[in-house]
Design a protein around this ligand. Structure first.
Ligand SMILES: Cc1ncc(COP(=O)(O)O)c(C=O)c1O
Length: 396
């Protein structure tokens, strides 16, 4: 079972008494991560690759962070992990690196429910003659029966999300990937909304590309893109021209990576090791999160005029505790602003899954109200939010 007191003690910001329920926007940062970044800057902040001792030490620290990232997702080799500033940037870079290998008439499939980060870079390839098709969520789930008619022998890549950053539903990545591979194409999965909540094993999922951001996984503003080694080798380099095509991941890291943040992310992996290893830690996290989501979902289901979008149950196999709702006759902003004075951070909007909000017809409502929890949230915090919403919704 999760030891909530020790979990919360690992996040200094939680001691201030504010309730963080906007974690899908960005989680709080582990103390150990902040300490590492500070220590790097104060003791080993030199250029890498020089012959003097501090440069060696700095290089080893950065390499340790990168190795940790590879092992966090169970990549077969550290060279399969490309580090960068954000998921948005890494996916733009991936599209840029893939573009020379695409011919006019090649096809890429994107969804209408992803964050724009995994849609926009692919749609931009239309200017090069790539045909971009849209996999629509007809049932608020990604159905293979909707994907099937879109796939042709020209399909090169299918881009979709592991968990929705708005409605929290988990998509069956391994099953979708098998389906896509059987038809000769690759997958590119956005794991940003999933990574804070569940263990990722890229080898079990057999994904071709998988990307997420560490600032949502208790770390700093940095991100990683996993790619199968053979795929990364086949991509065109986007770094300086003289850097060889076999030099992965460096050929895909223009401007290089951020040294102090790469050392800092090692603190995330240290934290999971301290919680009994990632496998155990995420099993405990998933049980705790399900127990947090259940009372909020039950309250929302029982409240007249409220509609929860997506998966109605708290089942950890089906959803993460990112819960979005709308209220009849109310703008989502009004609800959030009424909650603000209670020292709780919830949020309204489209969260850059703008196509999903448009598809749901919720643009005029100002998008949804989103409550996004993670494992450091407590039952008391959820109970307090329910009390605040009870009084707020009556008054509005
Ligand atoms: C599901 C999802 N994908 C991608 C992103 C973009 O991540 P980044 O800010 O690192 O570019 C976000 C950010 O909110 C997200 O929620």
């Amino acid at each position: 079972m999760l030891d909530l007191a020790s979990v919360r003690a690992a996040f200094p910001a939680l001691a201030e008494g504010f309730t963080y329920f906007d974690n899908a926007g960005g989680s709080q940062t582990l103390g150990v991560v902040a300490n590492r970044i500070r220590d790097y800057l104060l003791t080993t902040n030199v250029q890498l690759g020089a012959s003097y001792a501090i440069s060696h030490a700095a290089g080893e620290r950065v390499a340790e962070g990168a190795r940790g990232a590879a092992s966090f997702v169970n990549a077969a080799d550290p060279s399969e992990v490309v580090l960068g500033s954000s998921t948005t940037q890494l996916l733009q870079n991936l599209a840029l690196a893939m573009a020379p290998s695409l011919s006019p008439g090649d096809e890429i499939i994107v969804t209408d429910c992803d964050h724009e980060a995994n849609i926009g870079p692919w749609r931009r390839l239309e200017a090069r003659g790539v045909v971009v098709k849209e996999w629509r969520i007809s049932t608020l789930r990604l159905e293979l029966s909707d994907l099937e008619p879109l796939m042709t022998p020209r399909t090169r890549l299918v881009c979709f999300t592991h968990a929705s950053n708005v409605i929290g539903s988990i998509h069956p990545v391994a099953e979708i990937t098998r389906f896509v591979h059987a038809r000769g194409a690759q997958v590119c999965v956005d794991g940003v909304a999933y990574a804070p909540h569940r263990r990722i094993d890229v080898q079990t999922l057999d994904v071709d590309y998988y990307v997420f951001s560490f600032y949502k996984v208790y770390g700093p503003h940095a991100a990683m893109l996993y790619g199968k080694r053979g795929h990364l080798l086949a991509l065109s380099g986007i770094n300086h021209g003289f850097i060889g095509e076999t030099v992965v991941p460096y050929k895909l890291q223009p401007g290089n990576l951020n040294f102090e943040l790469t050392y800092g992310i090692g603190g995330i992996f240290e934290y999971f090791d301290d919680q009994g290893g990632a496998e155990q830690a995420f099993a405990d996290i998933s049980a705790h999160e399900e127990a947090l989501a259940a009372p909020l979902l039950a309250f929302l289901a029982d409240t007249k005029g409220i509609r929860v979008l997506g998966e109605p149950t708290a089942d950890a196999a089906l959803r993460v505790p990112t819960i979005s709702f709308v209220a009849d006759g109310l703008r989502s902003e009004a609800i959030v602003r009424a909650v603000d004075p209670h020292r709780m951070g919830i949020r309204f909007g489209d969260f850059y899954a703008r196509r999903l909000i448009e598809r749901l017809g919720l643009t005029a409502t100002g998008g949804v109200v989103r409550v996004s929890m993670v494992h450091y949230n407590s039952h008391e915090e959820v109970a307090r939010l329910i009390r605040v919403l009870e009084t707020t919704l009556v008054r509005l």
